[in-house]
Design a binder for this molecule. Structure first.
Ligand code: PAF
Length: 282
């Protein structure tokens, strides 16, 4: 695995790979790799000749109340894991390398952000697409892989790539789950034993909601109030949101039809868990 820390060297290698016709799969991350990232990297390995991983904790996507300095970092462990899944290039720039001067421009996001988790994080997605504009120009990948655990991020990135005609195929990758259905997350370790036993009810509520839709329910409010009530009856968690939107536009619908997302966020004592399913209704 080659470790590259400068924009110039990474861009030169990426240009040579493009010219040679090799297909490059890219997985952008902020490091502290977990099973979700490794799943993206394994899929990128299967579908491309070369796999690039970036590790960069992007200050632009942190709000004033979100502690950038406390973001977990462990580059040695990340390097070991990246080698295990046979990453070819690890791009690991410093903040000064990525943002050497005061910025003149930032990419703005005008839709898909004022709902779900984005509602509580103004400016977050502008930071995400601004760094991706840079990372895509530096690594020049054919495909870029993102987990559907953060389905809102995928929706924003798909819109961004379309808007700017960026020649990268966005590959959304399904949520990785434990055997009992709980979506894998580094936050699951903060659940108490009792909460951990209750947590699979989150995914169960989404599956039951889907079943209701399959059986003919078309009123979004009936679906979201069913989920809220189910979770609050079967767990000690408090539902932050349980929403149903058209996907990927993330607009409200009066009647369930077309491609939809049902997304939830639930607060337990020391962890806030998110989960979602997407489905298409003819
Ligand atoms: O999902 C993340 O880890 C980040 O938002 C991303 C896409 C790497 C941009 O910094």
């Amino acid at each position: 695995m080659h470790i590259i820390t400068t924009v110039q060297e990474m861009q030169q290698i990426a240009g040579e790979l493009r010219a040679s016709g090799k297909k490059v799969g890219f997985v952008p991350t902020m490091g502290y790799l977990h099973e979700g990232h490794l799943t993206l990297l394994r899929q990128a390995k299967k579908e491309n000749d070369i796999v690039m991983l970036s590790i960069f904790v992007n200050p632009l996507q942190f709000g004033p109340n979100e502690d950038l300095d406390r973001y977990p970092r462990d580059i040695e462990r990340d390097e070991r894991l990246a080698r295990e899944v046979e990453v070819d290039y690890l791009f690991y720039p410093s903040v000064e390398e990525m943002y050497p001067t005061d910025r003149t421009t930032n990419v703005e996001v005008v839709k898909r952000t004022d709902v779900l988790c984005g509602k509580q994080r103004p400016g977050h997605f502008a930071g995400v697409v601004t760094v991706l504009m840079k990372l895509f120009n530096i690594t020049m990948p054919n495909r870029a892989y993102f987990g559907m655990k953060d389905a809102q991020q995928v929706a924003v990135i798909e819109g961004f790539v379309d808007d700017y005609n960026i020649p990268v195929t966005i590959v959304p990758v399904e949520i990785v789950r434990e055997e009992d259905g709980l979506a894998r997350s580094s936050r699951n370790i903060y659940l108490s034993e009792r909460e951990r036993q209750e947590a699979p009810h989150l995914y169960k509520s989404l599956c039951m909601a889907k079943e209701r839709i399959v059986k003919g329910e078309r009123n979004p409010k009936n679906i979201t109030s069913f989920i809220k009530e189910y979770i609050e009856t079967n767990t000690h968690g408090v539902v932050d949101y349980a929403d149903l939107y058209a996907y990927p536009n993330l607009t409200e619908v009066e009647k369930i039809s077309g491609r939809m997302i049902i997304a939830i966020a639930v607060k337990f004592e020391n962890a806030r868990l998110i989960d979602n399913i997407t489905l298409t209704v003819e």
